[in-house]
Design a binder for this molecule. Sequence first.
Ligand SMILES: Cc1cc2nc3c(=O)[nH]c(=O)nc-3n(C[C@H](O)[C@H](O)[C@H](O)COP(=O)(O)OP(=O)(O)OC[C@H]3O[C@@H](n4cnc5c(N)ncnc54)[C@H](O)[C@@H]3O)c2cc1C
Length: 488
Amino acid sequence: MSTFDIIVIGGGHNGLTAATMLAKRGKRVLLLEKQGQLGGLAAAGILHDTSLVRASIVKALGLEKHGLELLGSRVPAVLLGKEGQELLITGNHKETAERIAVFSENDAAAYLKLRAFLDKVTPLLSGLMNEVPPNVNNLGMKEVWSLGKKALSLKMLGNATMLEFLRIAPMCVADYLNEWFETDFLKAGLAAPALYGSFTGPWSAGSNLNFLLYECLAGEEVQGGALALIAALEKAAGSYGVEVRTNSEVSEIVIENGAAIGVRVDGKLLIANTIMSSCSPKQTMLEWITPAEVSFDTEMQLNVLRSRGTTAIVNMTFDQPVRFKTGEKQAGVYRTGNSFDEMEKAFDNSKYREYSVHPLLEFRVSDDNKTLNIMTHYAPFDLETGWNEKAKAGLLENVSRELSLYTDQQARVLHSEVISPKDMEERFGIPGGHIYHAEHAIDQLITRPFPSFMQYKTSIPGLYQCGSGAHPGGGLTCAPGYLAASTL
Ligand SMILES: Cc1cc2nc3c(=O)[nH]c(=O)nc-3n(C[C@H](O)[C@H](O)[C@H](O)COP(=O)(O)OP(=O)(O)OC[C@H]3O[C@@H](n4cnc5c(N)ncnc54)[C@H](O)[C@@H]3O)c2cc1C
């Protein structure tokens, strides 16, 4: 007899969200996490922009009661230019436009017009990304109704906005932003989040969809960042009676008569009616299930799911506070990029399995100004030379050189660390070390991860997915976990 209704594999933010929602509905839930701590990729903490966490899910889980506070606006971003420019982008569009006007009056006016357009398409994107997608494999009345509602919300934009949305969604972000702006480092800094974690340069088709998604869905930052979110989720899970076991690594999903009946941890079988995995679809299906239980078709689709990581983390601690050439430190996250040409060249390296000579950086600075935590693009998982010490030293050198364009180099490095996508694969078990478990490309976003696995199902009855590899994708949103739980 099973002790649990549901076993959730993985204690990242999506596993925690799904487990909590299910326990709130009265289910007996066991959550298994292989590491000694909860949080998964979000435990990288300081690096995270938490603006994509859905306020509606925070409310549904009662996270405020457990200490979570939303700050009312998105994470401020400081765009840096190589000629000493600095521009603060915040959720206050009017003030941001005033700051843009220092560089270009035309761009300031364009920024406000672009924001007005984005406001119009936000309800559509929000509906698409915050609801369970219709199952296109089995078009019953419910699915037809859901598709009809989505078509209606497109039509509700009005003809002009609808046609404009259909024109721009599949574009590349460079072409789109070139239509609006003339200042290079502004365009580059706005485009950067659309490229993070993707095998995409600014001239890659479809990159504009990621720009639209970030700009329309970035809401309120979490006070205390990713670690505060995880702490609140852990408390909420406890309050609804989720049994959490850390240091519990699942080695097998046990299948009987074609259906999932439990998991194996330390050789012991744990039984439940339903198994929900917040780990990547590839890991779940190809590593933990006896191959004979996975059909050839499913295996093919999993093998072609693109999940080649392109992001490395570089941490650097200096012997004295780092000073910016532009002046005082700003709150928020710093972005480099400078121009589309430079970003595309940085991407070019990764196409040929090299790390970027001039990497694209997004970084945060510690309170004492001595430590920089840097998301570094592009650092391909399958580096031609392999991620050996020489390769890591080479990437670190490139990052230092790039940083020196923006910072005062009198400070000496006391400590540095490079965490490659290969390290992330080993540490967190994500195939390809991809920070979103699988590429955010149009084809892998519309039916995520692929058509036969839609609506959080897998090819195995009783086995579901609830992590970043499922709709609506990666990033700190809590959405896959919440939506997956709502389908049970
Ligand atoms: C450095 C970095 C910076 C990022 N920055 C941002 C950002 O600014 N904004 C943003 O929105 N997103 C960002 N992301 C992406 C975001 O962190 C992830 O998309 C998200 O946290 C994934 O959550 P998840 O719950 O779906 O999966 P995960 O966090 O990967 O959770 C899966 C969990 O499963 C566990 N697990 C694996 N194997 C087993 C096993 N055999 N048994 C039991 N448990 C297992 C893992 O240890 C892990 O805890 C960043 C990621 C990284 C790495």
